[in-house]
Design a protein around this ligand. Structure first.
Ligand code: ADP
Ligand code: MG
Length: 258
């Protein structure tokens, strides 16, 4: 099995808080790897550490065998490693196609000249991906008019527009109506199986991650508490304790409201 991402001994502290403490994680190619853990356990920080959002204090991060821990976000993104955020980042006054185009790397041009510059195949690609996430009919609608779940799907399509090899998703189902969650899970699975994108997904909802991921890491107090197949994780007493507010959270001194 080829590892797309290899994290070794990554440590990141904020003042006195050790958000990531000697974390080692592998993200295998073509699979869906899950990342769970109580609030404040260090999940988002680990994503930030991987994609170069902040410098790490110690450790190594490799992407396709290449050390990236000294690189910045844009440089890492160009290699094909992208992440999405807990909060949606779309332009609500632009329509779906425009948001797709604006998600591509661009520099000094104004939006208008940028849109004119794109060859038809780029617009077609945007439309194809909007179709992939089920938003083709709504592609010309101002994005602020989309439901929250549809905005999440658009954001997912925007990430795919950049043809990532690996996509890190931070709580993709957060705030989505439960009836729409299955549709999103389905799209994530298709991105993996049809588009060949390797996924690493933070998810708070246990039942979602159990259906989505084929292997799962559980963090607690900035450390890897457990790693295994979904059924192993689900039945792991340490994981259950961490989620039920057992001593793994208690000695944190942080109720993780963030
Ligand atoms: P999770 O995503 O698992 O909820 P985070 O990675 O966001 O957890 O946070 C882990 C710990 O690091 C928390 O105690 C949080 O308060 C702290 N933390 C995260 N980011 C920052 C930051 N930029 N500055 C200070 N503390 C931070
Ligand atoms: Mg988080």
């Amino acid at each position: 099995m080829t590892e797309m991402i290899e994290v070794r001994g990554v440590t990141k502290a904020f003042g006195g808080v050790i958000a990531n403490n000697e974390i080692s994680v592998d993200v295998p190619e073509g699979r869906i790897t899950g990342l769970i853990g109580p609030n404040g356990s260090g999940k988002t920080t680990l994503f930030n550490s991987i994609v170069g959002y902040h410098p790490i204090d110690r450790g190594s991060v490799k992407f396709e065998g290449r050390e990236i821990s000294d690189m910045r976000v844009q440089q890492i993104a160009r290699l094909g490693l992208l992440r999405t955020f807990q909060q949606t980042r779309i332009y609500s006054k632009m329509n779906g196609v425009q948001n797709m185009l604006i998600s591509l790397p661009h520099h000094s041009e104004t939006y208008k000249s940028m849109f004119q510059k794109y060859p038809p195949e780029v617009t077609e690609k945007a439309e194809r991906l909007l179709d992939f996430v089920g938003l083709y009919q709504k592609r010309l609608l101002i994005s602020g008019e989309l439901s929250f779940g549809q905005q999440k799907l658009l954001e997912f399509a925007m990430a795919l527009m950049n043809e990532p090899r690996v996509l890190l998703l931070d709580e993709p189902t957060a705030g989505i109506n439960p009836t729409l969650i299955n549709g999103l899970i389905d799209r994530l699975k298709s991105a993996s199986s049809e588009l060949g994108v390797t996924l690493f997904v933070i998810e708070h909802n246990m039942s979602v991650i159990m259906t989505l991921a084929d292997n799962i890491y559980c963090l607690a107090n900035g450390r890897v508490l457990a790693h295994g197949a979904p059924d192993e994780i689900q039945n792991d007493q340490r994981v259950i304790n961490a989620y039920l507010g057992g001593h793994y959270i208690a000695d944190d001194g942080d109720d993780g409201e963030n």
